[in-house]
Design a protein around this ligand. Structure first.
Ligand code: GNR
Ligand code: NI
Length: 177
């Protein structure tokens, strides 16, 4: 399947607050399938629609392969996802983002979250998540609100990353090796 280009810093679209999806139809399902193909191709374990330039509250993810290389793929499609509650317990995990290539940092977040969303068929679902799934859900839902994982770091670190990408963009696109 054809993949979609992923936008990266300093693209200001990444700061948009995405719009709720009004209807779940075949058009949207086709779009989600292309998002999933784009995510697997990258490769990544999650992708928010804004990362392919579409300010819609749509997320795809699949954390199965990260834990176990031989695992079957088990994609999830989340429309209008919302965090209902977060644990007081925090955990620290190293994060990266396909829109901030080659930068990784430890981020502290609630260790577990309860999330509501509409599935591929438009059915309302609730899910309790911990571990890497909780990390990924929070990272993706942040994208829908124009937030990036670097916003959870110190201002010094964040500004360093933003400056690095602004400078790179000024020099022009990275030449292929
Ligand atoms: O592929 C991804 N890996 C990842 C690792 C740790 C925490 C979050 C992520 S999500 C990221 C893909 C991405 O940028 N999703 O928005
Ligand atoms: Ni990301």
């Amino acid at each position: 399947m054809k993949t979609l280009p992923i936008i990266t810093l300093p693209d200001r679209k990444l700061r948009l607050v995405s719009d709720p999806v009004e209807r779940i139809d075949d058009d949207l399902r086709r779009f989600m399938d292309r998002m999933l193909a784009t995510m697997y191709d990258a490769p990544g374990i999650g992708l928010a629609a804004i990362q392919v330039g579409e300010p819609r509250r749509v997320v795809v993810l699949d954390v199965a392969k990260r834990e176990d290389e031989t695992a079957e793929s088990s994609p999830m499609f989340l429309v209008n996802p919302e965090i209902l509650s977060s644990s007081d317990e925090r955990s620290v995990h190293e994060e990266g983002c396909l829109s901030i290539p080659e930068y990784y940092a430890e981020v502290e977040r609630p260790a577990s979250v309860r999330v509501a969303f509409l599935d591929r068929d438009g059915k309302r679902q609730e899910m309790e998540a911990s571990g890497i799934l909780a990390v990924c859900l929070q990272h993706e839902i942040d994208h829908l609100d124009g937030k990036l994982f670097i916003d959870h770091l110190s201002k010094l670190k964040r500004d360093m990353v933003i400056k690095r990408f602004a400078k790179q963009a000024k020099l022009g696109p990275k030449p292929a090796l």
